[in-house]
Design a protein around this ligand. Structure first.
Ligand SMILES: *Cc1c(COP(=O)(O)O)cnc(C)c1O
Length: 382
């Protein structure tokens, strides 16, 4: 075996776990009730306090989007407006209901849904709009709700990036039609895998409580008491999308650590913003007038060549990077459905680069990322 260098990789994102999550999972394992029960009820109550509204937990963010859409009555023959630059989960959740995801452009300054483009794509089949709060920033959410009101559309916010973000000083999820969150391993808080739906529409949430448990009516209430339903009724297509006690135990601890986790993310975000503001190879996202709980830290490079240069320079020194995201209309499964021409999104995609951001990233690691990017400023100048 030859010699090789072991390099510590600076990770793009990761879960940030403490001993408390380990203890909580152990307690669930010892008690031996692993499915949906008391821990899930407790986690939901804590989330309801956090949001000030009713909350239902499911086993992923993708499931939260799918069930929210289904509970809104959206299905075959319907169209849902959604930005093309989002995680494929948004598109698959819409497709899973039988509805058609209609890919829209984004604002090039902050990668949130382009309202004008969405408006152009409204027709009699359009039933909902799904803005995705990119990196934690909600864009012109008022504008989205105005458009929805004018055209009688439901708004399902894909808030997977925005747990803890504020819009006009109000927490995302605490207002509006329906907000869906993800608690997968790398999100602002995690439950291992998981998600939740927040709304003021009690009827919608009652439906979600049934369809997450194979459509079995009123089974949620029984399970919270450690019971199951034997003589039951099913009136809807249901799925096995409920959350387990193991996941909820992790989620409850993470929610309790929310302030700590968020403070760490904010320090890293502010350091990047301060140190990189003056760079000319790329620009930072325009996050004016909102308090972002940053899930990721993307930059927009001058052009594709610069993006690849910076990506390689970072990766050469063991810094992981990402691209959030490949536009969904370029994926075979979705491009077949409706021919779409989204030149802005395609151009932007070639310029996007995401820098490492997670609560366990140290100041030294952030400074290394900054140093590598600054060094490239000198190489590319003149
Ligand atoms: C993570 C994510 C989802 C889906 O959440 P999962 O819990 O991974 O299923 C949906 N939309 C966006 C934008 C996401 O980042």
């Amino acid at each position: 075996m030859g010699e090789f260098l072991i390099m510590d990789v600076i990770r793009l994102s990761k879960s940030s776990l403490s001993e408390a999550e380990v203890v909580a999972v152990n307690n669930v394992l010892r008690r031996g009730y692993l499915g949906m029960g008391e821990e899930v009820a407790t986690f939901e109550r804590s989330l309801e306090e956090f949001f000030g509204r009713q909350t239902v937990c499911v086993n992923s963010g993708t499931a939260s989007l799918q069930l929210a859409l289904q509970a809104c009555g959206i299905g075959v023959g319907d169209e849902v407006l959604v930005q093309s630059i989002t995680y494929v989960a948004s598109f698959q959740a819409i497709a899973a209901t039988g509805a058609l995801p209609v890919a829209c452009e984004v604002n090039p300054d902050n990668v949130t849904l382009d309202i004008k483009d969405a408006e152009r794509k409204i027709n009699e089949r359009t039933k909902a709009i799904m803005p995705m709060h990119y990196a934690g920033y909600a864009g012109d959410l008022c504008g989205i709700y105005q458009l929805a009101k004018k055209n009688n559309l439901r708004v399902i916010e894909d808030a997977a990036h925005a747990f803890g973000s504020l819009y006009k000083n109000k927490r995302i999820g605490s207002f509006g039609d329906v907000a869906c969150f993800s608690f997968d391993g790398i999100k602002n808080i995690t439950s291992g895998e998981g998600g939740c739906i927040v709304s003021s529409d009690a009827e919608l949430l009652e439906k979600v409580r049934d369809i997450r448990l194979l459509g079995v009516e009123k089974d949620s209430a029984n399970r919270y008491r450690g019971k199951r339903s034997w003589d039951f009724e099913v009136v809807d297509q249901g799925w096995r999308y409920h959350m387990s006690n193991i996941m909820a135990a992790i989620g409850s601890v993470q929610l309790g650590r929310f302030s700590e986790l968020m403070a760490k993310r904010l320090i890293i975000m502010e350091r990047y913003q301060k140190e990189l503001e003056s760079c000319s190879n790329f620009s930072l996202l325009d996050w004016s007038e909102q308090t972002v709980a940053p899930h990721i830290f993307p930059i927009i490079c001058r052009n594709e060549k610069t993006r690849d240069l910076l990506k390689n320079a970072l990766e050469d020194e063991g810094v992981e990077t990402g691209v959030h995201y490949k536009p969904n209309h370029l994926l075979s499964f979705f491009s077949k459905q409706k021919s779409s021409n989204l030149p802005l999104s395609e151009k932007l995609y070639s310029r996007l680069l995401t820098l490492p951001l997670h609560p366990d990233l140290t100041t030294r690691e952030v400074d290394l990322v900054v140093k590598i990017l600054r060094r490239q400023e000198e190489t590319t100048r003149g």
